[in-house]
Design a protein around this ligand. Structure first.
Ligand code: DAH
Length: 343
């Protein structure tokens, strides 16, 4: 292409550049004109054969054209970029006023309750101890002075592990008393909370998996039922948020305590809800307790004289009472509405 042709084409090229509708088209035109083998570059090269004066004249002109083309290219490049951003904004629009569908998890009511109970006892100097859910007959029964013929041993209550003699899912957290005493061999104040298992039919008040809390206080000095009662009153007052708790003991039987008792707490019904009250006219059964049987210490390899009291409470039951949950299945059937309600 002659120099004159180049000069005459300037307007045509500018139009071509400024009407490009894609980055691809724009780049192609740029390569054709200003690329290594482009028209303008070749024009510069072909100036070698010209005289000095001609070089001056044409060189200045081509430089001018080159600059005009470059500015047209950057103008169009910017237009295309703006257009791209605008169309992205249009198609990828986010309406921040729409309700969010993010589901942020929360702690289950039982988890919250267990945490609360643990921190209550920790603050009072108790050890919080976890024990295994997969147990042996020794920890779940033998060491707790539960003789072989005791009904609790029969398989209707207990989940035994297939083909593993003496292996079972613990039926009570009392087994953690044994682990603790075996290890400590002396005075202790501990609680343990966790899952327990019994072969029960699932209904409104029974679940084959449930939660228990176990408490154990052991000392070298004599401990009385009065100490036990005081301990229980403190916990119940804390848990149900009441100042004055009225509890009573009823004689009962547990092989690992002697004497054994069950404890109840006075309450009133207010609008159908359970409200603990020291002047309540009804009694709520809360758990079992007693003075540690000497055989338990013996079975843990302790031969010095120790005194202790222990108690056990159904964690699901007291949680249901506190929060007005009438069906234990609500705790375990993972209905999101329930989980959200108690979050
Ligand atoms: N382990 C008993 C149960 O599952 C509850 C219990 C009763 C625990 C008396 C104790 C106790 O520590 O002293 O029914």
């Amino acid at each position: 292409m002659s120099f004159n042709e180049i000069f005459n084409n300037l307007d045509h090229w500018k139009k071509l550049i400024l009407s490009s509708t894609s980055f691809q088209a724009l780049t192609k035109t740029k390569t054709d004109l200003l690329g290594k083998k482009g028209l303008i570059t070749s024009a510069f090269k072909s100036m070698q054969t010209l005289s000095v004066d001609e070089k001056k004249e044409f060189g200045a002109k081509i430089n001018e054209i080159k600059e005009e083309l470059e500015s047209a290219f950057s103008e169009q490049q910017k237009k295309l970029e703006d257009y791209e951003i605008a169309s992205k904004l249009r198609t990828e629009l986010i309406d921040v006023t729409l309700p969010s569908n993010l589901h942020i998890g929360s702690k289950h009511l039982i988890t919250q309750t267990i945490k609360r109970i643990k921190s209550f006892y920790q603050a009072r100097g108790f050890d919080v101890i976890d024990g295994p859910e997969l147990e042996t007959e020794f920890y779940n029964f033998d060491a707790l002075n539960i003789p072989e013929h005791h009904p609790a041993r029969q398989s209707q209550d207990t989940f035994y592990v297939k083909n593993q003699a003496g292996r079972l899912l613990r039926t009570q957290t009392s087994s953690v008393q044994i682990h603790t005493l075996q290890k400590i061999q002396g005075p202790v104040r501990m609680i343990s909370i966790g899952k327990t298992y019994r072969n029960d039919q699932l209904d409104a008040t029974h679940s084959p998996m449930f939660h228990q809390m176990e408490g154990l206080v052991v000392d070298e000095k004599p401990l009385s039922i009065g100490h036990l009662k005081n301990e229980l009153k403190k916990f119940i007052g804390f848990f149900f948020d009441v100042d004055d708790v009225s509890i009573r003991f009823r004689p009962s039987f547990f092989p690992f305590t002697e004497p054994s008792m069950e404890f109840d707490c006075r309450y009133k019904k207010v609008n159908g809800n359970v409200v603990l009250h020291k002047d309540g006219d009804r009694w709520l059964e809360l758990g079992g307790a007693g003075i540690v049987h000497p055989n338990v210490f013996k079975n843990c390899g302790i031969d010095k004289k120790l005194y202790g009291f222990a108690w056990g409470i159904g964690v699901d039951r007291i949680t249901m009472l506190k929060y007005g949950v009438s069906d234990i299945r609500n705790l375990f059937d993972t209905d999101n509405r329930f989980l959200k309600h108690y979050k």
